[in-house]
Design a protein around this ligand. Sequence first.
Ligand SMILES: *Cc1c(COP(=O)(O)O)cnc(C)c1O
Length: 405
Amino acid sequence: MSDDGLPRNEALGLQTLAVREALPRSQYGEHSEALFLTSSFVHPDAQTAARRFAGDEEGFLYSRFSNPTVASYEQRLAALEGTQACMATGSGMAAILLLAMALLKAGDHVICSQGVFGSTVNLFGRELARFGVQTTFVPQTDVAQWAAALRPNTRLLFAETPSNPLTEVCDIAALAELAHGAGAELAVDNCFCSPALQRPADFGADWVVHSGTKYLDGQGRVIAGAVCGRAAPIRDKLLPVQRTVGMSLSPFNAWVVLKGMETLGVRMAAHSAAALSMAQWLQAHPAVGRVFYPGLPSHPQHALAMRQQKAGGAVLSFELRADDAQQARQRAFHVIDHTRICSITANLGDTKTTITHPATTTHGRLREEQRQAAGIGQGLIRLAVGLENIDDLQRDLARGLDSLG
Ligand SMILES: *Cc1c(COP(=O)(O)O)cnc(C)c1O
């Protein structure tokens, strides 16, 4: 396989990297990324095989931990995130588990935002607790509470910004400083923004985790994940774990996401413009109370968000005006059920707009007081704005909003 031939002495823009970084080319000169759908690789002789297995010579061995298509996915994503390296995983959750297995041991302590993805809460709060890793959950935006939670055995701070569904933004640079001052590391889940809008490593994050399932693919086709960070710990800490446990990304899924990444910059700009327009339109609607979107000047962390992010992203939430929780839920269901274009699903990161009632779906397993504490009311609706025409989407929501009793 030949080099991708990019001018390495020039700083290339995100869309150039998204299209051309790590474009592998075999002897056939194919123009589109080749898909190496193979479990293992053949060696020319026993001596070469021995050298490759010992790590004395470059070469692909076995697709649990080394495959050319997956390597291209890793190299392209690292280039987009501005990190030295990346390790692909079979899902976003596998990425977080791989990072935890590589960095933590029984007796270690983690500080995690309360605003992270539900399965991340379960992973740290329940599954890793069984292996002796303790986690303290703290409010997303209050750095003082993160500081107060530090212990001598704190090894990892874990954040996700903006949060789901209320789009709370945490200060990555402040958390990185806090972590480093305490001899710990900061990991940021960058699913919602993708590197097209936010590069956590630029603000001092040591690790960036991804669900490639979301905006990296961008078309809702496959499950994928990745951990981005410095080359040495990825080689020395993550690779041995991945080689042993095999939370691997399928070459086919890597290939699909590689193709998705080609349009990442233009998609995220279009998603963000549509979401901002939708947020402004919703804010002006009489049936709507608060709108949560980092791109709105009314957002509590708007200034911070605009320092950290190039744009607000695709995801927003809004609260319907109502007299009580029962009426709020009724109204939310009315609006959701009157859409004809939006998909009623908890997924996001797709060209298709999705509409969700968090209180009864993504956050349905929380107890009512936990939900209240998280600010997820019965009148809250989350939208992940897709790439349909914005006028059509606004009419789709107006159908329900304008007919509320
Ligand atoms: C979807 C998601 C994950 C988990 O990713 P999977 O690929 O579904 O395992 C993690 N974090 C965030 C923010 C997500 O949206």
